[in-house]
Design a protein around this ligand. Structure first.
Ligand SMILES: [Zn+2]
Length: 286
């Protein structure tokens, strides 16, 4: 009997470790961005200053949610969760997150203008309301604007359905005041979502836009490295993730410089840059 109990416990531990390692694959990919974004909030977890649960002790009726890999969500919700466009055309889309940022966004727009290339900008509501003139410029120059929440929370760790709805609606209203349309595109901070959040976004008439190529530009490597992160992984239908915005101590100069390499090389290879809605042949507004 004892042996059986022991075996059961071992199996449970093994299963738990497996689940944990699955989650960490997703976590590791984005944790650096998260770290940059939230500064040092998550460091210094020694036993002495181990923080209390902000929302009180775990409610046993509430199952803790974990981020689900974007590829799994795409398979579960193929009509809502998009990672890339059709493979049979040479169209690709550049996307930029976390702006508008008064330090970098105008320079990104200048480069796109220089090559006559449209982009898709997933902006934060709190930054859009602070710098509406930059969002206006995006819109006037033919770029498409998507919703990237108001304050950029980790929607899995800190969020629930009510938080998601508040973050998304508030941003949608701010953007509508500036650009005159309600965007149909949403990108989750860090790519973190779980089933119920995707279902809620579908109910709110959003397409969730992930990415198929990660420029990893938030690591702030030299422009050549950012460029090869894109050039080595691009394929027809690619949705390329980059950032025009950063935290207060972040720098996107290398992102801007990398565009000067990425765009002409891919154009020479016969790729055509389009906005995400054009790539997917869907309306940009609800
Ligand atoms: Zn972001």
């Amino acid at each position: 009997m004892k042996v059986r109990v022991l075996l059961l416990i071992s199996a449970a531990v093994l299963l738990f470790c497996f689940q944990l390692s699955n989650v960490m694959v997703v976590d590791a990919k984005e944790s650096a961005e998260q770290q940059i974004w939230w500064g040092n909030v998550k460091t210094a977890n020694t036993e002495k200053d181990f923080p209390d649960l902000r929302g009180g002790p775990e409610n046993p009726e509430r199952e803790r949610q974990l981020p689900i890999d974007m590829r799994i969500l795409q398979q579960r919700y193929p009509d809502t969760f998009i990672l890339q466009g059709p493979l049979e055309q040479n169209k690709i889309a550049l996307t930029f997150d976390d702006g508008p940022d008064p330090r970098f966004t105008d320079d990104v727009l200048d480069v796109l203008d220089q090559y006559n290339v449209p982009g898709t900008f997933f902006v934060m509501g709190s930054r859009a309301i602070a710098y509406p003139e930059i969002v206006e410029r995006m819109n006037n120059e033919g770029h498409v604007i998507g919703n990237h929440t108001y304050f950029h929370p980790n929607l899995v760790e800190e969020g629930d359905l009510a938080t998601l709805e508040r973050e998304v609606t508030r941003t949608e209203d701010v953007l509508n005041d500036i650009i005159g349309y309600r965007t149909s595109l949403f990108r989750p901070p860090y790519g973190f979502l779980y089933d119920e959040l995707v279902e809620k976004l579908a109910e709110m008439q959003y397409l969730v836009i992930g990415w198929s190529v990660d420029a990893l530009d938030w690591e702030e490597d030299p422009p050549e490295v950012i460029a090869s992160n894109v050039l080595d992984n691009v394929q027809p239908g690619a949705i390329i993730l980059m950032h025009d915005g950063a935290d207060w101590d972040g720098d996107r100069s290398n992102t801007i410089e990398s565009l000067d390499q990425i765009i002409p090389i891919l154009q020479e290879q016969g790729y055509e840059f389009v906005t995400v809605p054009e790539l997917l042949n869907v309306p940009f507004a609800k």
